[in-house]
Design a protein around this ligand. Structure first.
Ligand code: 5GP
Length: 211
């Protein structure tokens, strides 16, 4: 499905959740379903995990390179998460939105707060909750990508991340990945139908009434 309409500016769709709530899988399925949706690839100073691809999962950069990006105002937002820096490169987002495409951001609450200040009109934010903390722990262990002490850090971080749920436009409990996918798709459809986002509506109405 290609919902691109070059007359309308695209959406910034922010998905936040504690790690292990299913956000990565949901993002992948959303990108498959909505061809007008592109993923914003963050820059990070976090070490690359096995299986991750530089330039696809993240732009893996040094602390110096990250500091230069901040200095050059090349990041739309940035934050420290679990001791590593993460940030959203500005240029690709501007290009996609201006062409009427939508941009998916997988960022934390700190990033969502910054985008709210700089691009509120473009942004729709969705918070994804796990069905239970037990399930969250199970998913983190099943992933087997992190050491046990990192998993413990992420469980502690999860409580902090969840405490920001009320700052989001929409909240989803991810019990079933396909149901969550349908719910996020419904949010995108509704948000695109907002009067304020349909740039060619006044012309259409004029033609409708005159025609
Ligand atoms: P991970 O290290 O598991 O890939 O990501 C850890 C956390 O960092 C996740 O909650 C993710 O949403 C967040 N994150 C990833 N990229 C960015 C970014 O560019 N900005 C912000 N603020 N958070 C990010």
């Amino acid at each position: 499905m290609d919902g691109r309409n070059k007359d309308n500016r695209g959406l910034i769709l922010i998905l936040s959740s504690p790690s292990g709530a299913g956000k990565t899988t949901l993002s992948r399925l959303l990108l498959q379903r909505h061809t007008q949706l592109s993923l914003s690839i963050s820059a990070t100073t976090r070490p690359q995990r096995p299986g991750e691809v530089d330039g696809k999962d993240y732009h893996f950069v040094t602390k110096d390179a990250f500091a230069t990006m901040i200095h050059n105002q090349a990041l739309m937002e940035y934050a420290t998460v679990f001791g590593n820096q993460y940030g959203t490169p500005r240029a690709p987002v501007e290009a996609v939105l201006a062409a009427g495409g939508d941009m998916l951001f997988d960022i934390d609450w700190q990033g969502a707060q910054q985008i709210k200040l700089s691009a509120r009109k473009d942004m729709v934010s969705v918070f994804i909750l796990p069905p239970s903390m037990e399930e969250l722990g199970r998913r983190l262990i099943a992933r087997q990508t992190d050491d046990l002490d990192v998993i413990q850090k992420r469980m502690d971080g999860a409580r902090q991340e969840i405490s920001h749920w009320a700052e989001y436009d929409y909240v989803i409990v991810n019990q079933d990945i396909h149901q969550s996918l349908d719910q996020i798709s419904a949010i995108m459809t509704a948000e695109k139908l907002r009067r304020s986002r349909q740039a060619n509506l006044p012309d259409f109405i004029r033609g409708l009434l005159e025609g």
